[in-house]
Ligand binder design. Structure first.
Ligand code: B12
Ligand code: SF4
Length: 517
């Protein structure tokens, strides 16, 4: 029974997606929404999940995932027809979205617009709320495009407090932690009560409700967010820690840390206990999942912890992928002033079932790494070739992603990254993708671009014209030393030249994207 007087029903919806013609469509199934639903259900609140790219479990995918619509902006919309949203939203009191990809901003605005239309037509109050890095960075835009509330930090407590207030006759959202909302045309930002600092997430973060995902449909589609899996593999995401010790300027962590007052400790390292991770693995196993994708911002930051986790992760029939990347400097140790690959660590990873690893070398340029990536890795000293060889020796599929075209990066520097990638292939790397760093809202790189008042004004006046094209393989939206067209061409050319012809020619068949995702 619901604890809340009005038995409010929440819909957590992940939108249809828009993509350039050359990109591949992938279903959603992100962990943020799973945690939000987990928190709601734990508090006795009815909450459903809908991934609009695939629709409800059992749907005819021709009407959802294979439903392609050409949009006026030149992009392709993939997913359920907009018309379907009306009837669905009418059944709920709260429509929530999680906006982590800026390129999908338009898709979130269409949800909020329809929810408000349904509310007007039916006379039923429907509250719209969004959260996630893009929503918080673009909160003013979300609040003027149909959203009543934007969550600014971790959402597990926030969403329950929102429901609590909304179920009251006179809701007072100023009592909800870390949100932005409008009152009399003014944006109100709330803070949070001071709590004892803790690095543990177990107490206030319930299990993610991956059981709310359409797992059968995901299994049928067999399109993971990265890499290739045999058809019919049942997959799900998992997280063992949140936050990161670095602060790359192209990453949300950089801004999250700077805005600690506003967002809380969302960018800082926090972890789940070993027992808690074990429970998440067993829960997935009970749902028939056989392959888990680590979605940690940084899985390797505490190697001792991973050694302790390994026995809990190792389950017969369960394999793991870390397609999201992990900081490479943890794969080497310094002994007598010299770096050495930590083979025991890599062996341990392989031992618990990790068979796919994205190695985010990012760039060959130490200058770029220092300037944009807090010097997180030194390709000259930290044995990149030995890392690849060792990873391969332990039967882990090794892929890598490279960033080319930082705003002040020269063509020579880009070529040295390409050479570096070529040499990594010689050592056994399986695949590589090239992408242009996009200054996404919610990063320090975005703030840098917004320092110019004319650029900021243009962005704010035409937000969707920018976000629609925030794709790492489209021409950069802000000036770069090497021309945008040249960068776009280089990403494609390098990918085609360095990956095996077999891989390139099969990329379509296997639904692989050229960024490596
Ligand atoms: C895992 C991940 C991926 C996975 C996605 C797999 C999956 N579907 O689960 C993979 C590896 C495929 C991926 C790919 C890409 N990714 Co990615 N990814 C992430 C990452 C590291 C974690 C997302 C996650 O699961 N978080 C865990 C949950 C628990 O945290 P959360 O989403 O923040 O949610 C919490 C709060 O924000 C809040 N909240 C969130 N939503 C809501 C909603 C409500 C209502 C409320 C109240 C609260 C709330 O509460 C939640 C729980 O506490 C994020 C960084 C990040 N931490 O967000 C980048 C991130 C989302 N990715 C990013 C990028 C750029 C990409 C790529 C474009 C990379 C590339 N070069 O190709 C691709 C694009 C893929 C695509 N779909 O188009 C950027 C997006 C930037 C932007 N503004 O658009 C991010 C932010 C990283 C960065 N660089 O800053 N990614
Ligand atoms: S190391 Fe990765 S997660 Fe950490 S700040 Fe850099 S890009 Fe973000």
């Amino acid at each position: 029974m619901s604890l809340y007087s009005k038995n409010l029903k929440v819909l957590m919806i992940e939108p249809a997606i828009q993509k350039p013609t050359f990109d591949r469509a992938k279903p959603n199934g992100n962990l943020g929404p799973a945690y939000i639903i987990g928190a709601l259900r734990k508090s006795g609140i009815e909450a459903d999940y809908l991934d609009a790219t695939v629709g409800q479990e059992g749907r005819d995918l021709k009407k959802t995932f294979y439903n392609y619509e050409e949009l006026e902006n030149g992009l392709i919309r993939v997913g359920m027809d907009l018309k379907e949203y009306y009837e669905i939203f009418a059944k709920y009191d709260i429509v929530a979205t999680s906006s982590i990809f800026s390129a999908q901003t338009r898709m979130h605005f269409e949800i909020a617009k329809i929810a408000k239309e349904v509310s007007r037509k039916t006379g039923k109050k429907i509250l719209t709320i969004s959260g996630g890095v893009n929503a918080r960075a673009l909160r003013e835009h979300f609040l003027t495009n149909g959203f009543d509330i934007v969550a600014l930090g971790d959402g597990e407590r926030t969403i329950v407090q929102v429901v609590e207030q909304f179920s009251k006759e006179k809701p007072d959202f100023s009592k909800v932690e870390r949100i932005a909302f409008k009152e009399n045309g003014k944006t109100i930002i709330t803070s949070a009560v001071k709590r004892k600092a803790t690095k543990w997430l177990d107490d206030h973060v319930p299990h993610p409700a991956i059981d709310a995902f359409p797992l059968d449909t995901y299994q049928k589609l067999s399109i993971p967010h990265a890499g290739y899996i045999p058809p019919g593999t049942r997959i799900a995401p998992i997280m063992t820690a949140r936050g990161c010790q670095d602060a790359c300027t192209f990453c949300h962590i950089s801004k999250d840390k700077q805005e600690r007052e506003l967002y809380g400790d969302i960018g800082y390292l926090k972890l789940f206990s070993e027992e808690r991770v074990a429970q998440d693995v067993i829960r997935a196993e009970k749902l028939g999942v056989t392959r888990l994708y680590f979605e940690d911002d940084n899985l390797f930051f505490n190697k001792k912890r991973l050694y302790k986790l390994a026995p809990y992760l190792q389950r017969s029939g369960m394999s793991y992928s870390d397609a999201n990347g992990a900081n490479l400097r943890f794969m080497v140790n310094k002994e007598d002033g010299k770096y050495k690959v930590d083979e025991d660590f890599i062996k341990m990873l392989s031992g618990f079932g990790l068979d796919e690893l994205l190695l985010p070398f990012e760039t060959r340029s130490n200058e770029m790494l220092q300037k944009y990536a807090t010097g997180k890795y030194d390709p000259e000293k930290m044995m990149p070739y030995e890392i690849v060889k060792t990873v391969k020796r332990h039967n882990i599929d090794a892929r890598s992603n490279f960033l080319i075209g930082f705003r002040d990066e020269s063509w020579d520097s880009i070529l040295s990254t390409k050479e570096f990638a070529k040499n990594l292939f010689k050592e056994g790397i399986d695949q590589a993708g090239f992408a242009i760093p996009v200054p996404y809202p919610g990063t320090l790189d975005f703030d840098y671009q917004m320092e110019k008042s004319d650029v900021r004004k243009d962005f704010n006046d035409n937000v969707l014209k920018y976000t629609d094209y925030m794709h790492p393989l489209l021409p950069p939206l802000f000036p770069t030393k090497v021309s945008g067209d040249r960068l776009v061409k280089a990403c494609r050319d390098f990918w085609e030249e360095l990956n095996t012809s077999d891989y390139v020619s099969h990329a379509d068949k296997h639904q692989l994207s050229i960024t490596g995702y």
